[in-house]
Design a protein around this ligand. Structure first.
Ligand SMILES: CCCCCC/C=C\CC(=O)SCCNC(=O)CCNC(=O)[C@H](O)C(C)(C)COP(=O)(O)OP(=O)(O)OC[C@H]1O[C@@H](n2cnc3c(N)ncnc32)[C@H](O)[C@@H]1OP(=O)(O)O
Length: 324
């Protein structure tokens, strides 16, 4: 137990009270292209905006960029909360970049998987309070990103004012629809979020939940109707990267920001210790089985039948997009 506590300190307690970053008031957007980080030391809130067009799918480089951004923000002791968002108004993250899975390079595949495992460790185990602003679709590993946060707000959907077409985002672990299965640590996150029976059903069927249903099963904590707010939190505009600067009155981001503020006001030591209570064992269990998990993933994905399913899925995605 002592070693668990020591390791927990490494995971959750690291740098929480030391300032490793130079003192700064409000930083301009720091972009490494794939992920844009902004911080506001006054409010203690940061924003991590995923920016990998067209779908924020998770390639190895995207996973690494997410981890780098989390670490950079964590190194600033003045920051207590982070909002995870997307520059794409219709897609939070489309999950793993499926092109990483089809006819994979045998040296890259385990490194790719390790990069996703690291996102889980760094995001689920972050000392920061994490709020997912789920504006658009969040299938599979996109749902995982949201579940690894502390709080999830989701857009109720939107009607395009020109075409009058309704956009309703969905969220869930839809892996079985692709002929693959979520790894145990990801599936268990769903169990932890929505409870055993709902998770068992949703995992087997690959259910993608629209916002109302996601709220009903507890997959998200709040849904936000799209009507533009008249006014909002002034400080939010400073946090927004240039790509989404016009979103200051977006009600979803407003709601995520106010939740991030609530978290930022809780004494961090108490907040982090309480997070440890629910998360440390889960993280350590995964770390202990990390190599086994990688071997299983590589063995599973490279099976002939699985490759056939994945190729067909990628083809269907491309055809769908080409028909637009
Ligand atoms: C032991 C085995 C363990 C296995 C590991 C399990 C863990 C995680 C699994 C995954 O995460 S697999 C990925 C699952 N993701 C999906 O099934 C989502 C696929 N995408 C969609 O359903 C749709 O794109 C969308 C997200 C609902 C958005 O729809 P929309 O109509 O707005 O956009 P599209 O035209 O479909 O797509 C735009 C553009 O993005 C490309 N794209 C979409 N998703 C992905 C992806 N996951 N990876 C790579 N690329 C993706 C799509 O091909 C289009 O590209 P272009 O053709 O326009 O270049």
């Amino acid at each position: 137990m002592n070693s668990l506590r020591a390791r927990a300190h490494l995971l959750f307690g690291r740098r929480s009270h030391q300032s490793l970053a130079p003192h700064q008031h409000l930083s301009p957007a720091v972009a490494n292209d794939l992920v844009i980080s902004t911080v506001d030391e006054n409010s203690g809130i940061a924003m991590l905006t995923m920016n990998r067009p067209p779908a924020n799918s998770l390639s190895m480089e995207m996973n690494e960029a997410i981890c780098d951004s989390i670490k950079t923000i964590e190194a600033n002791a003045k920051i207590q909360s982070v909002i995870l968002s997307s520059t794409n108004p219709k897609i939070f993250s489309a999950g793993l970049d499926v092109t990483e899975l089809v006819s994979p390079d045998k040296d890259r595949l385990p490194r790719f998987w390790n990069s996703l495992q690291q996102v889980y460790i760094d995001l689920y185990g972050s000392r920061l309070a994490t709020v997912a602003a789920i504006q658009g679709h969040a299938p599979a590993a996109g749902c995982f990103l949201a579940m690894a946060c502390d709080y999830r707000v989701m857009s109720a959907g939107d009607i395009n004012s020109d075409t009058k077409k309704k956009h309703v985002p969905t969220i869930g672990l839809n892996e079985t629809q692709l002929g693959i299965a979520a790894p145990p640590w990801m599936g268990q996150l769903l169990v932890r979020t929505v409870g055993f029976r709902q998770a068992e059903l949703a995992l087997a069927l690959g259910t993608l939940f629209p916002p109302e249903q996601a709220l009903a099963v507890g997959l998200v904590d709040d849904i936000v109707p799209h009507q533009k707010a008249e006014s909002g939190e002034d400080q939010l505009i400073d946090l927004l990267p240039s790509q989404i600067k016009d979103q200051a009155l977006n009600p979803l981001l407003q709601r995520a920001y106010s939740q991030a503020r609530i978290y930022a006001k809780i004494p961090p030591q108490a907040r982090v210790a309480s997070k440890m209570v629910t998360r440390e064992e889960h993280i350590f269990r995964m770390i202990a089985k990390r190599d086994e998990d990688t071997q299983h993933f590589c063995g599973f994905v490279t099976q002939k039948a699985v490759q056939k399913n994945l190729s067909a899925y990628v083809e269907a995605l491309k055809n769908k997009s080409a028909k637009k």
